[in-house]
Design a protein around this ligand. Sequence first.
Ligand code: ZN
Length: 299
Amino acid sequence: MGYQMKTNRVVRVILGLIVLILFGVYCYIRASYTPFSDDIGAPPKPAQTAPPAETAAPENSGEAAPEGTEETPAVEATPEPTVDPNSPEGRALAAGLPAPPDIDINSWEYILVSKAHEIGEYAPPEVVKVSSSGCPQDSRIAEALQSFADGCEAAGLPVYLSSGYRTYNEQYQNFQRKLNEGLSREVAATIVNPPGASEHQTGLCCDITDIYRNPKTQDLENTETFQWLYAHCAEYGFILRYPKGEEAEAITENIYEPWHFRYVGTEAAAYIMENNLTLEEFWYLYNGEPVPGSSRFGG
Ligand SMILES: [Zn+2]
């Protein structure tokens, strides 16, 4: 009897020890894995709260922004992923901007058109009419543009799609009319874009006002309609293509146009609007070609 009780106690003690050892091993594994799994693959983040315009002093443009990485707890054996300075992310980091979306910049929705980037006689593959105003557009943006206009109306505001796709020939005639008035090519080009240099030729942009009769002047920025469109455009994949300000106007070579919205898709639109970029500067992140007039990406 006594022998058996003694054996039971020994068995219990051994079982207890085994449980303790297993618990110890579990704790050890947990302690050594947790910080690891949190940090694996986490890219260094640039400072997101600072407005990019102020942080991006031109002298600093060659350096990566280190702020975001200093706060992270030091964990051994997790090498910082190296960012190629000639990649979109590297160029963005150097200017204190967050990593740009992973996109193919040569896809149709990012096409860049300006006096410096003429598109010849390009025409959209298919043109459809949008909204009750029958505004012609590239069919690929028709749904997004209609939702954008519907969203504005649902907010109780009047909205009018005033001008969309314009053919090369229409632009040619508009420009020719200015030349016929006796203006030089250079002066005419400050008023009407030469054929091949108007974004309207892509069918990817639309001049939007509040009501039919309202002329396209910069006073439009005071309308509630514009303020709603500006605040919500990115949600529908649109940007304000010709933003306000001396630098923006120098970059786009276009005056401030609070009526001209351009489709670029929701990912790019969110990035461009949040970081106050022009489409020209957005392109720089992908192709690295300096942007004349830009304090961040100028040559
Ligand atoms: Zn326009």
